[in-house]
Ligand binder design. Structure first.
Ligand code: PMP
Length: 407
């Protein structure tokens, strides 16, 4: 599998990867926070601004029509990338966070009443916790939390026990941004659907690492961000089954999302525009589609296989380091490794690694409840993309060993 990807050529597509920091080659291992951008994505942005910039949808003039076609073609690219049934199911948002807030308001206000329950899990990112807490405080609902096993997997027995007549939604991450665990989302969806409960999957850490097929998963909602999948910042996607999006009320009001407006009454536009108030990010959409086409040219299976090689290599080498503790040891993991060494503060180690040109993330990773469950304040986190190399892993190991010696 691995030899199918020519990593050297791939790295050349990412100009930033050949820069130095502190006179050392940059080793960028903070991909779970955001990924670097290939030339084709930056060029797509440049192309829109230089050759076809105009506000979309309502323009009769040449540029507006060109820009509209590009934006709607991008939507079709997203549809195909996650294998949605229809472009009507693809709503552009600012990112994962906005998509979840949209649902917490639109779905939450419509279907959740006092005493109802929403199930999330211990490993959720704040983006999949706080909007539901805000809904809880508005509507008097309850949040039920799936606990974790020692390996950092969802406790599926506990999950099943949480499902009840009162459950109105299950909302869980496809992949944990801290533990790297790939959750059994298909099974979760099947179990919830057996009780007619819809499921929202936070795919922020999954879409750039593995093939995602929303029809095969049978997800009701699936959300993700462009910037974590080599696309631009500020755009993301809410996938929703048409049967749901059809009956949900709009989130934001304004231009673009209307059919007809009088001072007395407004009727709303068809899907997906009902959920896209205001001028859309028609530059970001085109650049996101460029990122998806770029990924598709390698095949997501090949990317997943190569990243799994990196994960196994890094995990094996890190386990040999004295005092190493890795958080998240599920056999089904994506390329994220959270760790602590002895009692070295993650911030200290992160700062020293940075001086060696190695960019890792330190802290709570927007998952403070998970940190509490693990009884720690934070971790270091190395997260790999398909442009990372085994040599970079060796440099990380050498870096960690060097920092340990300093303490
Ligand atoms: N969910 C998960 C699992 C994430 O990793 C992140 C980003 N770290 C988010 C949600 C939020 O994404 P964004 O900030 O792009 O909206």
């Amino acid at each position: 599998m691995t030899e199918k990807l020519d990593i050297k050529t791939i790295r050349n597509d990412f100009p930033i990867l050949s820069r130095t920091v502190y006179d050392r080659p940059l080793i960028y291992l903070d991909n779970a926070a955001t990924t670097q951008k290939p030339r084709c994505v930056v060029e797509a942005i440049e192309h829109v601004y230089y050759h076809q910039n105009a506000n979309i949808h309502r323009g009769v003039h040449y540029l507006s029509q060109r820009a509209t076609v590009a934006h709607e073609t991008a939507r079709a690219t997203v549809r195909d990338f996650i294998h949605a049934t229809s472009s009507n199911e693809i709503v552009f948002t600012r990112g994962t966070t906005e998509a979840i807030n949209l649902l917490a308001t639109s779905y939450g206000e419509t279907f959740c009443n006092e005493g109802d329950e929403i199930i999330i899990s211990t490993m959720e990112h704040h983006a999949n916790i706080v909007p539901w807490q805000m809904l809880r405080d508005r509507k008097g609902i309850k949040l039920k939390i799936i606990p974790l096993t020692d390996l950092g997997e969802l406790d599926m027995t506990a999950f099943e026990a949480l499902l009840s007549e009162k459950t109105k939604l299950v909302s869980v991450a496809h992949v944990s941004n801290v533990l790297g665990t790939i959750n059994p989302v298909k099974e979760i969806i099947e179990k919830a659907h057996a009780r007619n409960i819809p499921v929202l999957i936070d795919g922020a850490q999954a879409v750039s690492h593995m093939p995602v097929d929303v029809q095969q998963l049978d997800a009701d909602f699936y959300v993700f961000s462009g910037h974590k999948m080599y696309g631009p910042n500020g755009i993301g996607v809410l996938y929703g089954k048409e049967k749901w999006l059809d009956i949900l009320p709009p989130y934001h009001g304004g231009g673009e999302m209307i059919a007809h407006v009088t001072f007395e009454k407004t009727t709303f536009a068809d899907l997906p525009f009902k959920f896209e108030a205001g001028t859309p990010d028609y530059v970001g959409s085109v650049a996101l589609a460029a990122a998806m086409n770029y990924l598709s040219s390698f095949g997501m299976e090949n990317i997943a296989a190569y990243e799994n090689d990196l994960l196994l290599d890094a995990t094996q080498k890190m386990m040999k380091i004295d005092g190493m503790h890795i958080y998240g040891t599920s056999p089904r993991k994506s390329s994220v490794i959270s760790f602590l060494v002895n009692d070295i503060h993650p911030f200290d180690m992160g700062t020293l690694l940075d001086r060696l040109g190695i960019a890792v993330r330190t802290g709570h990773h927007c998952a403070m409840p998970l940190m509490s469950a693990l009884d720690i304040d934070g971790t270091l986190r190395a997260s790999f993309a398909f442009y990372n190399t085994h040599e970079e892993i060796d440099a990380l190991i050498a870096g960690i060993e060097r920092v340990i010696k300093m303490f």
